[in-house]
Design a protein around this ligand. Sequence first.
Ligand code: NAD
Length: 384
Amino acid sequence: MPMKVGVARETAQGERRVALVPEALGKLTAAGLEILVEAGAGAGATIPDQAYADAGATVVSTSDLYAGSDVVLRVQRPSAEEVTRLRKGQAVVGLLGPLLDPPLMQALATQGVTAISLDAIPRTLSRAQTMDALSSQANIGGYKAVLIAANEYGRYFPLLTTAAGTAKPANVLILGIGVAGLQAIGTARRLGSVVSAYDVRPETAEQAESLGAKFVKLKTAIDATGAGGYARELTAEERAAQQAELNAVIANQDVVITTAQVPGRKPPVLVTAEAVRGMKPGSIIVDMAATALGGNCELSKAGETVVTENGVTIVAPENLPASMPSSASQFYARNISALLLNMVKDGNLNLDFEEEVTKATVITHDGRVVSEAVNKLLNPGGAA
Ligand code: NAD
């Protein structure tokens, strides 16, 4: 019997993406897999059920999807209610954020479900690049953050000379030059603004400059390159030195877009309340790192837009990829298909724990949490 792969309808608030788009089905069916799609799964991304049916899938009810699938594909982690629908021997694949919700991973393990998380792929492994959903979605976020800023900004982004006068180009600062930051630089440049950018990893200077941004070089040299191409957390001294210098740079900007993250930690504060007070009225901040725990701007409120007393607008969108659901789903579908096909042999899921991607992404299996990092969070005292 062919393995059945189910596409779940996302239920998280505001989530409009879907794990597979019809165009992605061909590769999976060619590998001998049968595709089930929960009715309405593509609605948020304006994909009708019929489009999945035309591409060879069977559209089913929620209960049939969970009862009939061997592997459930999704974008976000399942809700507590969806976890109870999953059963022993099934697998669930998605951006599960296992480190953000270890108890849910434990619940999946207890239920006998194999949880496979796309955000745990080894990103520096070149053959895993097609599976890198963090990158494909961060790209969308970086692009959309600039559009939001341009929309909120009361002036032109480009230099414009007209019979009615001349508009000065906007000064845009991008803080954090990872995947989202690089896309934000490119997008802000395409809109004609003058772009500068800053990161604590010195190798990003050349990448930013190649896209037409000026790299902000602070007098206090900081090299915070951490493991796997990520940044490490700054020391208190480094933070203080960075802040003082950054405040002066921020004061000259019309728009600041922040994207800085440190894996497993609260995002660093790069734009303090004092720095916001130093900005001109009409300036815009888009904080891409904002979560309930705080963001890159001390004053941002996740999911809200705040206007300060001195007229600075701070936008802190929570799920930018979901605001561009068609492209986000198209790219995500490619990522999740590549990950799944990497684990399929002769039409069945075949987990080879010697293989790097499988080893890194399987979080629960055979009734146990197998991810060391999640186990550490579940048992901070030691013995797993
Ligand atoms: P991220 O989302 O973790 O962070 C965004 C950026 O914020 C990073 O560039 C980081 O250096 C920066 N940052 C952190 N603390 C900061 C601070 N205090 N001040 C200023 N900036 C700060 O990063 P990401 O976009 O996920 O990318 C992380 C790395 O992974 C990059 O090196 C990227 O090139 C790499 N990557 C590699 C591959 C690959 O090799 N195939 C694929 C994707 C990403």
